[in-house]
Design a binder for this molecule. Structure first.
Ligand code: FE
Length: 187
């Protein structure tokens, strides 16, 4: 693991050891994430490889106690997620390129867009959480190029049971994202 990523992991570890609630921990993790993505010279090339068909999520670090995980999210040209939730807090830092996120909220059984689309450019940081707004759809915002964001979640996100939504019908389906790699691959 590179020194910059190691520093981030140590900071989050310390924050979680001393914080009891999201209001305490999220601003601190956000600051640490801002520092992590302030430079784009540390991500291992193996964790930055796009897939021809779908976006990739490479596990960079899994906390031994399962309190948090760090993932690189690699977008090929034109790729996007389904509308999905996380069920845990997440801090997203844009490392390379840009992404576009559209928030949604549930109104009865329907899904409605929640505010305007947000564009994250390199260096920007965004937060998701069930307490703030947890449903969104994200896409690569740079035409013809690879974009990469770094995500830190308050769980082993690849194993969390969460949901994808059909915005047209409001239909909900459970999913578990998994990882394109294990943290051993990153070592
Ligand atoms: Fe997401």
């Amino acid at each position: 693991m590179t020194e910059r990523l190691q520093q981030f992991v140590c900071r989050v570890d310390e924050v979680l050891a001393h914080s009891r609630c999201e209001e305490q921990l999220l601003p601190q993790v956000r600051t640490a994430m801002r520092e992590l993505v302030a430079a784009d010279d540390w991500l291992a090339p193996a964790m930055a490889q796009p897939h021809a068909v779908h976006y990739q999520q490479y596990l960079l670090h899994l906390d031994p106690q399962g309190r948090f995980s760090v993932v690189s999210f690699v977008w090929g040209p034109g790729q996007k997620t389904p509308v999905h939730d996380h069920t845990v807090w997440g801090v997203i830092g844009m490392l390379r390129g840009a992404e576009r996120a559209v928030g949604y909220r549930r109104v009865g059984n329907a899904l409605v867009a929640d505010g305007a689309a947000v564009r994250l450019a390199a260096g920007d940081v965004e937060i998701v959480s069930p307490s703030i707004g947890d449903i969104h759809q994200v896409s690569n915002a740079v035409e013809g190029e690879v974009s990469i964001s770094i995500h830190c979640y308050g769980a082993d996100i690849g194993r969390v049971r969460r949901h994808v939504f059909d915005p047209a019908t409001g239909a909900v389906k459970e999913f578990v994202s998994g990882y394109a790699s294990t943290s051993e691959d990153a070592a």
